[in-house]
Design a protein around this ligand. Structure first.
Ligand code: AMP
Ligand code: MG
Length: 345
């Protein structure tokens, strides 16, 4: 049932072919590059790494995908029977619901960021996400009543976590959780951990715009990752980042958006207004782990360049760049260390 798309490129062959790897004597000649891709969490999940044998590679990849499938079954609000969906159904019951380790880790990280971002990042945003998804399907603005009803049941301060007992309480009836802004990053981190547990250290895990890297490929400074640019006139071309033992996430309305009355609405909601972000922007966020990169990128999309970068500067090990075009004018800001990660031109 499991079909891996396997691409194995013998590094030894590359050395013989006289490419860059040839000039790096540190390269172990018996390491082979493997690439596996499978749909997971509604997107292609790609794992690339170097291993000694195909058997070891297959075993490590199978374990990583199994880990991600298990996380999807727990964290996806698209699954009727996931742990997160079942938790949402307890909203307003007054019950403190015990949550398993992964869901706990994700909820705890999310709530911490909600507090740090003054509510810009908020996993209780699902009722609003649903209202705007419906608007996108129907191509019409939601009614004010519908919006007000969704706003009434949104707010991270109504999600109570008990760190001693690992329980969660959704205090308002109708509250619903959506981990779409953080779960892919967590899954990428966990996939990388699984590979490491299998002795694979030179690895890259990429889930759509979220990726995390272990050690660099043999003889290289990092994994070469393309960072898209904004699709507007005057925007610079896409660039490449070299990533090793770090994570990178992009967030913005480049791929998912609603256009109504000449206005462009992101799939990211500003929980404070109940409305989608409309600053046409693209956030590239680099952090020590992908849980942080993914969630922080979403938070910066909501906060905008100025407040967003201020939050990034307060996050140890994080760097970011924000391309935006709020009013026809293209604009870029970045933290001081962002360029360190760019491939030299
Ligand atoms: P990303 O693509 O990582 O920026 O995450 C976007 C997804 O996160 C959306 O599709 C929603 O499922 C969810 N989301 C939207 N707005 C927010 C928000 N303000 N805070 C947390 N998650 C959000
Ligand atoms: Mg994100």
């Amino acid at each position: 049932m499991i079909h891996f798309r396997l691409l194995a490129v013998s590094l030894f062959a590359i050395v013989l072919a006289g490419t860059a790897a040839c000039r790096t004597p540190a390269v172990a000649p018996d390491l082979t590059r493997f690439e596996f891709e499978r749909p997971q969490m509604g997107v292609p999940f790609r794992i690339t790494f170097y291993a000694e044998t195909a058997a070891r590679a297959d075993a490590a990849a199978a374990a990583a995908f199994a880990r991600v499938a298990a996380l999807n079954a727990s964290l996806s609000d698209y699954e009727e029977d996931s742990e997160i969906t079942r938790l949402s159904k307890t909203a307003g019951s007054g019950r403190a619901v015990p949550v398993a380790a992964d869901l706990w880790n994700v909820l705890a990280a999310a709530q911490k960021l909600s507090a740090r971002s003054a509510g810009a990042f908020d996993v209780t945003v699902r009722p609003l996400v649903q209202v705007w998804r419906r608007a996108r399907r129907q191509r019409e603005m939601p009614s004010l009543d519908r919006l007000a009803a969704a706003r009434d049941v949104t707010g991270y301060q109504h999600l109570e976590l008990d760190a001693r007992h690992h329980t969660a309480t959704l205090k308002l009836p109708g509250m619903q959780l959506d981990l779409g802004g953080i779960a892919k990053g967590y899954a990428a981190d966990e996939a990388l951990k699984t590979l490491r547990a299998h002795g694979i250290t030179r690895a890259l895990v990429a889930v759509a715009g979220d990726m995390t890297a272990g050690d660099a490929p043999p003889g290289k400074a990092g994994w070469r990752v393309e960072v898209p640019s904004l699709d507007v006139p005057g925007a610079p071309p896409a660039q490449f980042v070299l990533l090793a033992n770090a994570a990178l996430s992009t967030s913005g309305d480049l791929f998912q958006r609603l256009e109504l009355g000449g206005k462009r609405y992101s799939h990211i909601i500003d929980p404070r207004s109940g409305r989608p972000v409309t600053d046409h922007s693209l956030v590239t966020l680099i952090a020590r782990d992908c849980t942080t990169a993914d969630s922080l990128a979403t938070a910066v999309s909501v906060l905008g360049p100025e407040a967003g970068l201020a939050l990034v500067r307060r996050t140890r090990g994080a760097e970011a760049r924000v391309h935006s075009q709020p009013e026809e004018k293209f604009h870029t800001v970045e933290t001081a260390g962002f360029r360190r990660f760019l491939e030299a031109p």
